[in-house]
Design a protein around this ligand. Structure first.
Ligand code: KIV
Ligand code: ZN
Length: 524
């Protein structure tokens, strides 16, 4: 018999378990080096996560800084379809601050946590097991005084004594926790072992039927997705994960991997999510655009090679029938070829409509700026593709209230003259102009900008990519800067590569300035 579609489509209808997807891109992801986002960027990302259909958005750690608090609050007040949660350590101050930030949400959740492993109790918290159990109970009760929807996490659960872990979970549920999270905080677990731990909890925590079991895996051994799936096979009903797998150290479980594993192998796992998988690629690209940090080409699901077949045998098979080598279609995750969306003669209205279909509700001010930039690009480039539009929007809408702005740039370079850059900038409202030379046009421009801004940062990385094909394509430049042990990435796009470089450098300097004002990420 010739199979014409993937086997799962032919399965008889059976009861599928519903899984909740808890996204922590904006908290665990954002707290890792190189991924910090400003408020506008976080809000844009949260809206895209809502479009993707995630059940819970962890928007940040409100007590960590004023900036984090404001971002969580704004997201809580703007999101209508997903629950919004804020993280809090097991103490009243953290919990009350988290509640302040999320209380305006359509569906708020408090997420409170404390470590349960003897390693953390002895070497970090310096507390006894009983003291930690009492703190967990008090934290859940305090959270419960604000909202019904309380998640409790037993940090470093996979290195905790199972009996003690079960006692803490039981006590947290008795105190009112509606979700209990079992984190593999240091990415230490092996799938079979982690699955057994979840099974042990389902069998040994007497009141476990009163809460949803969640898992939160880190990827230090590259096993986060496998561990999460093993947990689901043993009773977990919520997975915590992040877009592109970003997060502390080697990252968190990658959202796209778990979701597409469940989608592709629901025949085996017997569980499904509420996600609109066709939004996955777009969400991944948005994060890349915002942070300037790409994924490796062979990254599962969202890497540029994820659906590219090269070998003769594979392409031969695919031409005969896609089922030979394709377990999921690129369309199922929203990967499509670049689409021509607009041209030189498209008007403001066409642009507005195009942006609307992409989920952008823009102010007139933003629309005007985008239109101006679009016209500028259309004068130089015949066809405008969907990636071009997304890039322009990212450039304009997602800019922080910038400390440094470029007003004018003029660069002379060639085989005779010493490369020279004249740069005019606005620094906190004041216009400054300077001239400088360098080893090449980019070096000359960067040195002049460094002089104007007085930055002490060191350039660690500089790379150029083209957004679409052709010599008129927009160039996308990524720079990585370091200052006082903090690393930051900046991005810029333009069809003049020197301009793209300068925009990327200034973007990174603005991000550094923002990070200095919001020195979060030191509490966890
Ligand atoms: O990795 C971890 O344990 C965490 C908790 C705060 C859930 O991020
Ligand atoms: Zn974590």
């Amino acid at each position: 018999m010739k199979l014409t579609s993937i086997q799962k489509d032919n399965l008889p209808a059976i009861h599928m378990e519903k899984l909740k997807i808890f996204d922590t891109t904006l908290r665990d992801g954002e707290q890792s080096p190189g991924f910090s986002m400003n408020i506008a960027e976080k809000l844009r990302m949260a809206k895209q996560l809502e479009m993707l259909g995630v059940d819970i958005i962890e928007a940040g750690f409100p007590i960590a800084s004023k900036g984090d608090f404001e971002a969580v609050k704004l997201i809580a007040e703007s999101i209508k379809r997903s629950q919004v949660t804020g993280l809090a350590r097991a103490n009243d101050n953290d919990i009350d601050r988290a509640w302040e930030a999320i209380k305006g949400a359509y569906s708020p959740r408090i997420h409170t946590f404390i470590s349960t492993s003897d390693i953390h109790l002895t070497h970090q918290l310096r507390k006894s097991r009983q003291e930690v159990l009492d703190m967990a109970v008090a934290a859940v009760k305090r959270s419960k005084s604000h909202t019904e929807n309380v998640e409790f996490s037993a940090m470093d659960a996979t290195r905790s004594d199972r009996e003690y872990l079960s006692q803490v979970i039981e006590a947290a549920i008795d105190a009112g926790a509606t979700t209990v999270n079992i984190p593999d905080t240091v990415g230490y677990a092996i799938p079979h072992e982690f699955g057994n731990l979840i099974k042990y909890i389902t069998q040994n925590v007497p009141n476990i039927d009163k809460a949803v079991i969640s898992v939160h895996c880190h990827n230090d051994l590259g096993l986060a997705t496998a561990n999460s799936i093993a947990a689901v096979l043993n009773g977990a009903r919520q997975i915590e994960c992040a877009i592109n797998g970003i997060g502390e150290r080697a990252g968190n479980t990658s959202l796209e991997e778990v979701v597409m594993t469940l989608y592709t192998r629901k025949d085996y796992v017997n569980a499904e999510t509420n996600l609109n998988t066709t939004e996955i690629y777009k969400t991944s690209r948005l994060l890349t655009r915002i942070t300037g940090v790409g994924v490796q080409p062979n990254k599962a699901i969202v890497g540029s090679n994820a659906f590219a077949h090269e070998s003769g045998i594979h392409t031969d098979g695919l031409l005969k029938d896609k089922i030979t080598y394709e377990i999921m279609t690129p369309e199922s995750v929203g990967v499509k070829k670049s689409i021509l969306v607009l041209g030189k003669h498209s008007g403001r209205h066409a642009l507005k409509e195009e942006l609307k279909t992409r989920g952008y509700e823009l102010s007139d001010e933003h629309l005007n700026k985008i239109f101006e930039r679009f016209k500028e690009l259309a004068d130089k480039k015949k066809n405008i593709f969907d990636e071009d539009v997304e890039t322009i929007v990212a450039e304009i809408v997602l800019r922080a209230p910038d400390r440094y702005k470029l007003i004018n740039l003029n660069v002379i370079s060639g085989s005779f003259d010493m490369p020279t850059a004249t740069v005019q900038m606005e620094v906190e409202g004041e216009q400054i102009k300077d001239v400088g030379t360098g080893d090449g046009p980019v070096d000359a421009a960067f040195k002049t900008i460094a002089k104007i801004t007085g930055t002490q940062s060191k350039l660690l990385k500089y790379s150029v990519d083209s957004i679409t094909g052709g010599t008129d394509a927009q160039g996308e430049v990524t720079v990585r800067l370091e200052e006082n042990d903090k690393e930051i990435v900046g991005r810029g796009a333009h069809n003049d590569i020197i301009m793209a470089s300068v925009l990327a450098y200034i973007n990174a300097l603005n991000r550094l300035a923002y990070l200095k004002q919001n020195p979060l990420k030191t509490l966890l």
